[in-house]
Design a protein around this ligand. Structure first.
Ligand code: ZN
Length: 259
């Protein structure tokens, strides 16, 4: 199983450090929005930064890339083919792979547009690094893509094996679960997951990673085919919603204004 260390950044971001299975002191950073906490963890744990993976162009995901490259010149950087990313990354799209042969790490790339137009996700070693596309019990806002695109992207991720560990980029789980239970009040898996996550957060522990089995059970954005979710969306919209993308669009809009 992949060893992954979280680095907290800003108010609720996670920068993930993926350890090489061959040499656990060498790590790849995912979405380093800020160099300083990464450097702090590298120094305190005596780790060597050996690569960078980027999922999309937002500043809280790429803001630390240039400072990290200045201190660790020549390390490989991978990013989405159709977005402008600092550090001149190798540009990847679906079907490509991010390879770190020396580290014995390899990731498949999926195109997951919706939050941004060129957002990509990395899948490998039983783990998914999905940036701001899928969150635990939620999903990213639609800044550049359509609801239909995001629904397709999430469906692609939901089709990954149930035991896939889900490493998203923000600690939003508690507020997402409150919304999830507003949409599906009788979802017992969501209620018990909320109780579990409240305990974790009370101890200041991360709720991430989740796994795909849990997400399929609790995440309303992956459950647009569920009759309860559909009926709740129709009641909110005040009209029939014959297709899953329409259900998705309504609950995404509902979440945007949910307090
Ligand atoms: Zn973002």
């Amino acid at each position: 199983m992949l060893q992954v260390t979280p680095v907290r950044a800003f108010s609720d971001n996670y920068i993930w450090l993926i350890h090489s299975p061959r040499d656990a002191s060498r790590v790849v950073a995912v979405d380093p929005g800020d160099a300083q906490p990464v450097e702090g963890l590298l120094a305190s744990r005596n780790l060597e930064l050996s690569g960078i993976l980027i999922t999309h162009h937002h500043g809280d995901h790429v803001g630390g890339v240039e400072a990290l490259l200045a201190r660790h010149p020549g390390i490989p950087v991978f990013g989405p083919a159709s977005e402008t990313i600092p550090g001149n990354p190798q540009r990847l799209r679906e079907g490509d792979r991010a390879l770190f042969p020396e580290l014995e790490l390899a990731f498949e790339v999926l195109d997951v547009p919706g939050h941004t137009a060129g957002h990509i996700a990395y899948v490998g070693h039983g783990a998914l690094f999905c940036g701001d596309t899928l969150f635990s019990a939620g999903c990213g806002r639609l800044f550049e893509g359509t609801a239909e695109q995001m629904h397709d992207s999430l469906s692609k991720l939901a089709a990954l094996p149930a035991e896939t560990s889900v490493y998203c980029a923000h600690e939003y789980t508690l507020s997402n679960l409150k919304f999830s239970l507003a949409v599906q009040p009788d979802n017992e898996a969501a209620a018990s997951y909320l109780a579990h996550c409240r305990e974790l957060r009370a101890r200041d522990e991360a709720t991430i990673p989740s796994d795909m089995r849990q997400e399929r059970n609790v995440n309303p954005f992956l459950r647009c085919d569920d009759e309860t979710v559909k009926q709740a969306a129709e009641a909110y919209a005040g009209r029939r919603l014959p297709s899953q993308p329409e259900v998705f669009a309504v609950i995404r809009q509902w979440k945007d204004s949910f307090r």
